[in-house]
Design a binder for this molecule. Structure first.
Ligand code: G6P
Length: 458
């Protein structure tokens, strides 16, 4: 079991230099100390999750009690309360899990994540479900997010109508133990509720019951997820960059951005199961690092999700010849051997003949290496994270690597990586538009905005 980062191609003319790297080792030590000081103060609960046996037990107990009762598990959540479960499902239960028969799923339920309030999507899911055999997992750290609460109200009314007093058997909440509206509802009504520790923010919560409960319900080994994360935590314990993968990732991305104008950071796995993992990373990196510094300057790299080889035929042209403002991080999975060699047919057709005898895994790998090399040749910095396999252990390790890297990057950018004040104004305006009590100030601000000008519409 191993995870490594090859960052040779970050050191290119116009990108990171040896001098940067030497200077930055001291800068990283300060960032590491700042992060560890916050860990010691108990601010950064995500760091403790790999060892939190009591929290894991909340999930395993619930899953044991559930037995094989559920045919469908439906998550209601958004942002950090949805992207993690989606990433885990795609990574560890790939190949269209929800289309498999119950036998093919080993008796485990389907898993659907409603991460939006598009009425047609919710209508379609509701009309497919057999409510008697459906469990709804309502996930919200704050316990009050408008989209999730609206979903809950719709589901709750349907459950009440169908099951009356027994509706609550079809519900479990995952929320803060003390804050928000969900917890008091759970307590009052006797609905099962699992904890998101108060010191773990939404986008850092995938290793709490937010991600672990849905994963365990569909048979993913939650203990292995946490074991992989714990291993990465151990590797990142020291402030020596040479042994610290999260520090190395953070420092290189920050140097490339801050010193060399590489303001866009692409994550490009060469493995279909990691497609949604890139979307999870986008929220983590964007919401954590896109901030206003105390001195009023705006900072933050723009994360971009891509998939190899698919995006070689879509975005790579931009990465090669567009503005030289990007880093690309490939994720490679070693030893993809399924299917065996490509059949040797059409010996007389050059476009086909050379492929015969190689495996698809070899082709995928050759294309990644070729793309990395081509980008390096054009002075476009890139690095490659190699996983031995896409399994719970390696996914847990990769999650922890990127979460801790985000914390380090926050210190390097000199911002707070753990808040998201920029999303507030839009929420306040939504409350004002919908007439939520207490939103008068937002209403007044909203009313001052220019109204749509009919001359400016085509
Ligand atoms: O889990 P919740 O409290 O419902 O939050 C869901 C999402 O809402 C907000 O918009 C935050 O910006 C996200 O970071 C968060 O993940």
């Amino acid at each position: 079991m191993a995870l490594s980062i090859d960052y040779t191609n970050m050191f290119l003319p116009g990108a990171v230099t040896d001098a940067d790297w030497e200077f930055a080792a001291g800068r990283f030590r300060a960032a590491h100390a700042a992060v560890m000081a916050r860990v010691a103060r108990g601010d950064l609960g995500f760091v403790d999750l790999p060892e939190d046996a009591a929290l894991l037990r909340q999930t395993t107990d619930f899953v044991q009690r559930a037995g094989d009762r559920w045919e469908d598990v439906v998550i209601l959540g958004i942002g950090g309360s949805a992207l993690g479960p989606i990433a885990l499902r795609t990574a560890l239960r790939p190949h269209a899990w929800n289309t498999l028969s119950r036998e093919e799923r080993g008796g485990k339920p389907r898993l659907t994540v409603l991460d939006n309030v598009d009425p047609e999507t919710i209508d379609a899911v509701m009309s497919r479900l057999h409510l008697e055999r459906a469990l709804f997992v309502v996930i919200s750290k704050s316990g009050g997010t408008a989209e999730t609460m609206a979903q809950y109200l719709i589901i709750r009314a349907a459950l009440d109508e169908r099951f009356g007093d027994r509706a609550k058997e079809h519900l479990v909440f995952v929320t803060d133990p003390a804050k928000g509206s969900l917890r008091p509802i759970a307590t009052k009504e006797g609905i099962a509720a699992l904890d998101i520790p108060p010191n773990v923010g939404g986008r850092f919560s995938v290793l709490t019951p937010v991600g672990v409960l849905p994963a365990a319900l569909i048979g993913i080994d939650a203990g292995q997820l946490l074991a992989g994360a714990a291993d990465m935590r151990r590797r990142c314990a020291g402030d020596d960059l040479a042994g610290n993968p999260a520090g190395t990732f953070a420092l290189l991305q920050w140097l490339a951005d801050d010193r060399h104008g590489k303001h866009n950071h692409v994550l490009m796995p060469y493995a279909d199961p990691l497609r949604d993992f890139a979307a999870w990373f986008v929220q983590l990196w964007a919401e954590s690092l896109g901030k206003v510094r105390k001195d009023g300057t705006h900072v933050g790299p723009t994360p971009i999700a891509a998939l190899g080889t698919t995006d070689q035929h879509a975005q790579v042209q931009l990465f090669m010849e567009g503005p030289a403002d990007k880093t690309i991080t490939f994720v490679e999975v070693a030893g993809r051997t399924a299917l065996g060699p490509i059949p040797k047919l059409y010996a007389d057709v050059p476009d086909l003949a050379y492929l015969g005898g190689h495996s698809l895994g070899e082709l995928l790998d050759a294309e990644r290496r070729a793309t990395a090399g081509a980008l390096a040749r054009r002075g476009r910095p890139n690095m490659t994270i190699t996983l031995d396999a896409v399994d719970a252990w390696h996914v847990g390790a990769l999650i922890f690597l990127l979460e801790l890297a985000t914390a380090y990057a926050g210190a390097l950018y000199d911002i707070d990586a753990f808040d998201q004040p920029g999303v507030e104004l839009g929420k306040q305006f939504t409350y004002a538009i919908l007439g939520r009590p207490g939103s008068d100030a937002a209403r007044a601000e909203w009313d001052q905005l220019p109204k749509p000008d009919p001359r400016r519409r085509v």
